[in-house]
Design a protein around this ligand. Sequence first.
Ligand code: PXP
Length: 237
Amino acid sequence: MTRLSVNINKVATLRNARGGNVPDVVKVALDCESFGADGITVHPRPDERHIRKSDVYNLRPLLHTEFNIEGYPSPEFIDLVLKVKPHQVTLVPDSPSQLTSNCGWDTKTHLEFLSEVLDAFNNAGIRTSVFVGADAGMIEYAAKAGADRVELYTEPYASAYTANREAAVAPFIEAAKVARSLGLGLNAGHDLSLVNLNYFYKNIPWLDEVSIGHALISDALYLGLQRTIQEYKNCLK
Ligand code: PXP
């Protein structure tokens, strides 16, 4: 089974636009769960421009499904994750000012740093995932660093999908095979949508989890959150 983790950052962005508590991020997360989401993902950034530290603390005791916290492992981020103890932490190499993640880790160059950080999370019993491109070498070094899983950065797949979906998915199938041969779990995310998700899943059915935010929350404006989540779940069949 491939799990759907809903990234609720966009909901926090909407809330922050007015300064109050509408929409209520915690309520939306709980509703996502009751509508069938298998997990909730948040990406707290240092400037708190969407998810705030307080959201992370508020969500933790209330969620019934898997909680995934993603972000750059700054000392503050590491401290937050170790205090909150989510089910999974996903390490992303983005700088504080970045609009959104736009590449995976160079796990070879950052092997020592990643090994230290992963060690801390592994010792705390938190499952670890490292965000990487569809590149065998980067996946091998993620395994060397001690990751439990890799999350494949799927933006290149999504942007090439319309022109030639077979060619778009090919490097991801190869990368997924490398991850499997190394005993790593496999997640995927970024720019996955109702258009491209099912084809990705059909080609890599052993995916453990997809984490989806932007397209899913945008679709919910038209379809409503409940139907949207059901439609994304249907893409994983
Ligand atoms: N995975 C990671 C590591 C991300 O940084 C993001 C964006 O926050 C996502 C998945 C979700 O991407 P999208 O919002 O395009 O679905």
